[in-house]
Design a binder for this molecule. Structure first.
Ligand SMILES: *[C@@H]1O[C@H](CO)[C@@H](O)[C@H](O)[C@H]1NC(C)=O
Ligand SMILES: *[C@@H]1O[C@H](CO)[C@@H](O)[C@H](O)[C@H]1NC(C)=O
Length: 342
C-alpha cells in the first residue's frame, strides 16, 4: 500500500497494549476442571459476556459430571436422589440468581440465571424451583445413574453410614432412620462424619470471570453432599457464601464443607477484604483464617480475583487437603495452578 513503515509500527503498538492490559480478561475456577475454564474462555473469545462465560463454564462441568460432584448422577441424598445447587451473580448490577436442591433438571446454573433474569427473586428451592425451570423451558429428566443407584444401595447396606444426624433416636451412628429428636444431650457433640471429609466429596465448581471491559461475574454449581438429608441446601447457591461479585472490587468463590463455610460468608468476606485494599491471595487467606478460628481443620478453599485481574487462592489444611488446585486463564497464562494450604 506504499506505507511500508506503518506495519511494524502497528505491530509494536499492539504488542505494547496487549502487554499493558495483560491480565484481562480473566477466568479462574476451583479444582483442575480444564474443560470448564476452556469453555468459559472460548465463550469470551466468541463475544460472550462475563455472565455467559460463567454460565457456559459451569454448564460444562454439569455435563461432564466433574468428579461426580457437579451435575446429575452423583452424590445421592438419603432417598437416593441427586439434586443440584447453583448460583450466578452479576457484579455490575449486584443481581443474583440461585437454585437450591433443584430436582430433575440437569442444567442448574442456567436455571439460576433464569431466576436472575426472569424473576425478581434471588433464590428458588426444591420442587417449586423445578416447576419454575420447566415453565422456563428446561427439560425435566431423571438425574439418577447406575453410579448414584449403587452409591445409595451401598449406603443402605451399611446401615445408612455415614449420615448427618445428631441427637436422635435410634442412634444415627449405628442405625438407619426414621429418627426422633432426643432432648438434653447437646453436649454429646457429633461432628461431620470423617468419611465425608475427603477431597472428592466437596469439589464444587466455583468460577470467576472478568471480561475485557471489567464486568465481573461469578457462579457455582454442585450436587451437594453425599447422603445429605433431603432438603439440605449448602453454601453454593447462597450469595456471599458460594460466590460473590462486585465489579467495583472483584469476586470470590468457595468450595468445601458448605454446612460450615456458609456460616461465615467467606466469598463476601474476601471481597470486602479486597475492597479495603488487600491483595487477592491474602484476602482469600484471611477469609479462610476466620473460619479456622472456630473450625481449625475444616475442609475448604477459596479463589479470589480483583478488578484489575490479580488473583489468588487459599485452602484450609485438613485431612485429605494439603494443596488446592485451581484453573487460571488470561492472556498470559492458561494453567492449572496449585497453592499450599494454611
Ligand atoms: C445400568 O445398569 C443396567 C443393569 O445392570 C444396564 O442394563 C444398563 O445398561 C446400565 N446403564 C448404564 C447407563 O450404564
Ligand atoms: C490486584 O491484585 C494485584 C495482584 O495482587 C495487585 O498487583 C493489584 O494492585 C491489585 N489491584 C487493585 C485494584 O487492588
Amino acid at each position: 500500500m506504499g506505507f511500508p513503515g506503518s506495519v511494524p509500527l502497528i505491530l509494536l503498538l499492539s504488542a505494547c497494549c496487549v502487554l499493558a492490559a495483560a491480565q484481562l480478561p480473566l477466568v479462574i475456577n476451583t479444582w483442575p476442571y480444564h474443560d470448564a475454564v476452556q469453555r468459559a474462555w472460548d465463550t469470551l473469545q466468541s463475544g460472550g459476556s462475563a455472565l455467559d462465560a460463567v454460565e457456559k463454564g459451569c454448564s460444562q462441568c454439569e455435563v461432564d459430571q466433574c468428579r461426580g460432584t457437579v451435575g446429575y448422577g452423583g452424590n445421592p441424598d438419603e432417598h437416593g436422589e441427586t439434586t443440584l445447587d447453583a448460583m450466578i451473580m452479576n457484579g455490575n448490577t449486584i443481581e443474583v440468581g440461585g437454585v437450591g436442591q433443584i430436582r430433575r433438571i440437569k442444567s442448574a446454573i442456567s436455571v439460576a440465571r433464569a431466576v436472575m433474569e426472569h424473576s425478581s427473586h434471588s433464590l428458588l428451592v426444591g420442587e417449586s424451583a423445578s416447576i419454575f425451570a420447566q415453565n422456563m423451558g428446561f427439560l425435566s429428566e431423571d438425574l439418577t445413574t447406575n453410579k448414584s443407584l449403587s452409591m445409595h444401595a451401598e449406603w443402605l447396606s451399611k446401615k445408612c453410614q455415614p449420615n448427618f444426624w445428631k441427637n436422635v433416636f435410634p442412634d444415627a451412628a449405628t442405625s438407619c432412620g426414621p429418627y426422633q429428636p432426643v432432648k438434653g444431650i447437646r453436649s454429646k457433640k457429633r461432628g461431620m462424619p470423617a468419611e465425608l471429609i475427603n477431597v472428592h466429596s466437596h469439589d464444587t465448581i466455583g468460577m470467576i470471570v472478568i471480561d475485557e471491559s471489567g464486568s465481573i461475574a461469578a457462579g457455582t454449581s454442585t450436587n451437594g453432599l453425599t447422603h445429605k438429608i433431603p432438603g439440605r441446601v449448602g453454601d453454593s447457591p447462597i450469595a456471599g457464601a458460594g460466590a460473590y461479585a462486585d465489579s467495583t472490587v472483584g469476586a470470590a468463590a468457595a468450595t468445601g464443607v458448605g454446612d460450615i463455610m456458609m456460616r461465615f460468608l467467606p466469598s463476601y468476606q474476601a471481597v470486602e477484604y479486597m475492597r479495603m485494599g488487600t491483595e487477592p491471595a491474602t484476602a482469600c487467606q484471611k477469609a479462610i483464617t476466620r473460619i479456622q478460628m472456630y473450625y481449625p481443620q475444616f475442609f475448604g478453599a477459596l479463589i479470589c480475583a480483583n478488578r484489575t485481574g490479580g488473583y489468588g487462592a487459599a485452602c484450609s489444611k485438613s485431612p485429605g487437603l494439603d494443596q488446592f488446585h485451581f484453573m487460571v486463564y488470561n492472556p498470559l497464562t492458561a494453567l492449572e495452578q496449585v497453592v499450599n494450604c494454611i
